[in-house]
Design a binder for this molecule. Structure first.
Ligand SMILES: [Zn+2]
Length: 678
């Protein structure tokens, strides 16, 4: 987790892709066009000016951030004349100082956040009310505005211009690592969004989170039309994750599995269409027949109203909050641009083209035929979650549990074993010690996570929840995933040549290494899980789940495009649009694979409500992981991981070329699917 860097860099990087919407009003610049041109002209007269492009970019960019409270137009002119650094050597010196101090600022704020949240995040004794207050206190909240008022932000903007994603994509071989780092410095101050708009956006997001986190279905209270109960009394499932997982788990149940899956899918349809009786949500006191939609209280049928499109109102609230920010982000004036060209650094059109290519691939219908054969029936829509290809360890769960509980009775035991684990993956002892010494393992209060350092000298933290009886296999499997994150966080901070290039291009790149580690968890336990067919089965599993996650990512993107085309729409209008979009995406890509039409299932994902436009990143994580695994095959694992993750935060396509010699592509997985299908 890189909370502070996310705060600072979120949406502050680059722009390309679709042209800005004409309907978006841009904020009136405080510094006029005339003043900007006069400033540039007078600076051109300065002795030694050779790089006119840098000068023009710098002045224009600094002007775009200048507000009335920063001074008059004349003040702006004087500021530029005083602070523009002509000499390249002096500019490098300026860069070194900014870089050193930013490492200290970001690093210490990150450290403070870790400390202040410690009693909430860690299971280390009683929690007082004040612990929650400290945990919620955002120490870095005023940092950006401070950097504007003391003019540091303007000195940076003036001397280290911002390059769009398209411009960065054109950086050739002659661009040095230091110049890449300078371009990253230019990304920090790209837009200046008023605090109240940022707060409104955070509030809309938090409200949507709460709405989703309380959306439980009481499975024990569901009945078929004939009054039959299919699920255990106390089973409560959160939409949509737990509902989906129950569909997955039901494949193993040969008797009532399909009946259960059908009922869960009916519940999902009711949620998507918002004809679910509002009273049955998160309510253990009512019985509900999802097929007829009848509700009973104490065996007596009662009348209930449907949920009044609240699901879609959350999306509209998010949209309105983000749209208000558009005008303050001249470089990326839609949420779509900020999420894709900004955060992910892949233009949205490129993402959609890649998804389209994969979702149309003929291999998918062939995997479908294999699944049909295995299931002995024709496919149903919820078979997008078929998980029968997954590696089932030949070793019983109990034995795995006993191994992990014995080996890892507490977090310190896991920490002490890290050099040994890295050794098993091939790292030489000295290097394994070097990496492990920079990772601390802590007892998590909730579920685990990995939280990286933001300055050299600080440790990354692996948070894991270990019961008194020791770490069970499930917990171990997740801890190994987090360990992968920590190794990435360590290499990409400690072994990076320029601090401003620390990290990875986007979250998909750290997830890739986390999954690469996780898939080697049995090897780390010293277990050889040899099933000769497993590699082929894994490929089929990856291919099938990639289809599912791309499908919902596609729906998410189309919803936001529709919102921008219909900014005044109501929740009811949005619902109708989502119903059309989900069916269109289904009919275009899934219907040829499943042989059924007009299914709404792709509209159920909760991320669309609480974490808009994030789903596409999951697909990228899977593609990157796959390309990396292909590349690592037969090579020296630790050397390649070190080399690849030392690239740092250059742009995604460059990173991939540097890592595996080719751009991000679905071709490798399609080729491997061909072999696996045979
Ligand atoms: Zn992860």
């Amino acid at each position: 987790m890189k909370r502070l860097m996310i705060l600072l860099f979120a949406g502050f990087s680059a722009c390309t892709g679709p042209a800005p919407k004409e309907t978006t009003p841009s904020v009136q610049l405080f510094v006029s066009e005339t003043t900007i041109n006069q400033t540039i002209d007078s600076l051109k007269q300065k002795k030694g000016i050779t790089n006119v492009i840098r000068l023009e970019k710098g002045v224009k960019h600094a002007a775009s951030l200048w507000h009335a409270e920063d001074g008059t137009s004349d003040d702006f002119v004087i500021f530029c004349k005083t602070n523009y650094v002509v000499n390249e050597t002096e500019r490098e010196l300026l860069f070194d100082k900014v870089s050193k101090n930013f490492e200290s600022i970001f690093g210490h704020f990150n450290k403070m956040s870790l400390d202040l949240k410690e009693n909430v995040d860690l299971n280390n004794g009683p929690m007082l009310e004040i612990d929650k207050e400290f945990s919620a206190y955002s120490v870095g909240a005023h940092l950006l505005s401070d950097l504007y008022s003391n003019k540091i932000a303007f000195i940076v903007a003036l001397n280290f211009p911002y390059y769009s994603l398209e411009e960065k994509g054109k950086f050739n071989e002659s661009v040095t690592r230091k110049e890449w780092a300078m371009a990253r410095l230019g990304d920090i101050f790209v837009s200046r969004v008023p605090a109240e708009l940022q707060q409104a956006s955070a509030k809309a997001g938090a409200d949507a989170d709460i709405y989703i986190s309380e959306y439980n279905i009481e499975m024990g209270r569901l009945r078929t039309d004939s009054g039959k109960q299919l699920f255990p009394d106390k089973m409560v499932l959160l939409s949509h994750w737990n509902l989906r997982d129950e569909i997955k788990a039901s494949y193993a149940n040969k008797e009532t599995g399909k009946e259960k899956q059908e009922m869960i899918y009916k519940v999902m349809e009711r949620i998507i269409n918002q004809d679910i009786p509002e009273k049955v949500i998160n309510n253990p006191n009512l019985q509900w027949m999802p097929y007829t939609n009848k509700v009973f209280e104490n065996s007596k049928e009662i009348s209930c109203t449907a949920e009044p499109n609240k699901r879609y109102q959350q999306i509209i609230n998010n949209f309105k909050a983000e749209k208000a920010i558009d005008a303050y982000s001249p470089e990326m004036n839609t949420f779509i641009l900020r999420k894709f060209s900004g955060e992910m650094e892949v233009p949205q059109v490129e993402v959609e083209l890649l998804f389209d290519e994969y979702l149309r691939s003929p291999q998918l219908a062939k995997i479908a035929a294999i699944i049909e054969k295995r299931l002995g029936r024709s496919l149903r829509p919820y078979d997008i979650w078929y998980d029968g290809f997954k590696a089932r360890s030949v070793i019983p769960q109990e034995e795995l549990n006993s191994r992990t509980t014995l080996r890892y009775p507490n977090p310190k035991a896991f920490e002490a074993d890290m050099p040994n684990m890295l050794g098993k993956l091939g790292w030489p002892n000295e290097r394994a010690q070097y990496i492990s010494a920079k990772i601390a393992v802590d007892p998590a209060r909730g579920s685990g996570h990995a939280w990286g350092a933001q300055m050299k000298g600080e440790k990354a933290h692996l948070r894991t929840r270990i019961p008194e009886t020791g770490m069970d296999y499930k917990g171990y499997n997740i801890a190994v995933h987090e360990f992968g994150h920590n190794v990435e966080q360590t290499i990409s901070l400690y072994d990076i040549d320029h601090y401003l290039l620390n990290g990875v291009p986007n979250t998909a790149f750290t997830e890739a290494l986390a999954f690469i580690f996780q898939s080697r968890d049995l090897q780390l336990l010293g277990i050889n899980n040899s099933n000769p067919d497993q590699e082929q089965l894994n490929t089929l599993d990856t291919g099938w789940s990639l289809m599912e996650i791309m499908g919902v990512g596609m729906v998410d993107m189309k919803i936001w495009k529709w919102l921008y085309a219909h900014p005044e729409s109501t929740a009811a209008e949005l619902k109708a649009a989502v119903q059309t979009i989900t069916k269109d995406v289904w009919n275009t890509y899934f219907s040829p694979v499943f042989g059924i039409k007009d299914e709404p299932i792709l509209g159920i994902y909760s991320h669309m409500i609480s974490n808009p436009l994030y789903l596409a990143a999951y697909s990228y994580g899977q593609i990157i992981e796959f390309q990396l695994e292909e590349h690592l095959n037969g090579k020296c694992f630790p050397n390649e991981i070190d080399r690849i993750y030392k690239q740092g935060r250059i742009i995604p396509q460059r990173w991939m070329e540097g890592a595996v010699g080719s751009k991000l592509s679905v071709k490798p997985i399609m080729n491997k699917l061909d072999k696996a299908i045979k």
